[in-house]
Design a binder for this molecule. Structure first.
Ligand code: UD1
Length: 348
């Protein structure tokens, strides 16, 4: 069967590293890179580091206003899917980014079935652009691969037929287990921070509150702060450049997560990796995983300096072994098997 995978952002490259290799054992897979992320440190470096098959198609769409970016990506992905022979039997997308929305929509408009990895995630805040993407992608998908039990309930409660929904666990956990032993050892005794979300970077008050908290925390402990290009641009000259560092590779990020005393982030990926590593995590904003707030692994705060600093004083440790919310580390295998069964069923 021919599978076209549409990816375009740093987290999707990481999530697709193992799945691509597994799918290629049985299928003809093509990777379409939308170009939403394009700097070497946000894109190509991950293909090299994780030995991901090079994209077959590079659309080079780049940055822009969301309606323009999504529109361009739909047009480009759709044109490619429409022209290529043999036509893909399935289009696969990961997560909730604009690239994933565009890939799913282009496929759907061409009546090509969509498989959604990380289906059913909800943060219950529709002001988060990714939440809208999640809902739209799920409702356009034929195969929905859920990372947690709650994500499965979320979508069946929204009326999606249960026979399209699979609880597979989280491919990010598979990736974490696979690469964990290869990470360099980081020095301990620091706070690891990542901030990139629109709500925290494009709102000046939110961003300056977060920066105040980081500056004050730096007086107590070293802060390691690899900085997303958007965040770097928005911070501008207001923070000493030595406080920021370029985005990190995946293996360096894992090493720093595992060695951290505390993680402060607005990334759902880093929030999960903190949980896998048993490191306490403060999540800034509303877009995070409710599962991790409910079990106490992460603490949710607003972009408010005092709230961040007060929470940082609390002493807690996630108990990963108690809940194991994101499956057993066999999500890649379960997804590959479900796709195979679906193919056989379609053939009759
Ligand atoms: C996107 C995803 C987000 C994901 C994140 C991972 C959407 C709606 N958001 O957010 O869910 O968590 O990726 O990083 O799809 N930029 C560069 N170089 C790059 C890429 C981006 O300089 O290689 C700058 C540009 O100024 C761009 C800005 O970062 O406008 C934001 O990039 P974009 O891809 O729109 O959103 P992210 O914040 O990365």
């Amino acid at each position: 069967m021919r599978i076209a995978t549409v990816i375009g952002n740093r987290p999707q490259f990481i999530k697709h590293a193992l799945l691509s290799k597994r799918l290629r054992q049985e299928h003809d897979e093509v990777i379409i890179h939308t170009g939403q992320h394009y700097d070497d440190e946000m894109s190509d470096s991950f293909f090299r580091e994780l030995d991901i098959p090079q994209p077959d198609v590079k659309l080079g769409v780049g940055s822009g206003l969301p309606f323009w970016q999504v529109g361009e990506m739909v047009r480009e992905v759709g044109s490619w899917l429409n022209a290529v022979r043999p036509r893909p039997d399935l289009v696969l997308v990961h997560g909730d980014t604009h690239s994933s929305l565009a890939g799913a929509l282009a496929a759907r408009l061409l009546k090509t079935p969509v498989a959604h990895v990380e289906a059913g995630a909800r943060c219950d805040d529709r002001s988060v652009p990714e939440e809208i993407n999640r809902i739209l992608i799920d409702h356009m998908s034929e195969l929905l691969f859920c990372p947690t039990a709650k994500s499965g309930h979320n979508i069946t409660n929204e009326g999606i037929e249960v026979d399209r929904v699979y609880f597979t666990g989280d491919v990010l956990y598979d990736t974490y287990l696979h690469y964990s032993s290869r990470t360099p050892t980081a020095v301990k005794g620091y706070i690891f921070v990542t901030i990139h979300r629109e709500a925290n970077t494009n709102d000046v008050d939110n961003l300056s509150s977060i920066m105040v908290a980081i500056e004050r925390l730096t007086c107590e402990k070293p802060v390691v702060f690899p900085t997303h290009p958007r965040t770097r641009k928005m911070i501008g000259a207001s923070m000493a450049p030595q406080r920021m560092m370029p985005p990190m590779s995946y293996l360096d990020t894992l090493a720093h997560i595992k060695g951290a005393d505390l993680i402060i982030t607005d990334s759902g990926g880093v929030q999960r990796e903190a949980y896998f590593a048993g490191v306490p995590c403060i999540y800034i904003g509303t877009a995070g995983w409710p599962e991790l707030f409910a079990c106490g692994a992460s603490k949710q705060v607003r972009a408010d300096a005092e709230e961040i600093l007060e929470t940082a004083k609390m002493n807690w440790r996630p108990d990963f072994n108690k809940d194991r919310l994101f499956g057993k580390g066999d999500a890649v295998e379960k997804i590959a098997r479900a796709i195979k069964e679906w193919e056989e069923h379609k053939r009759g």
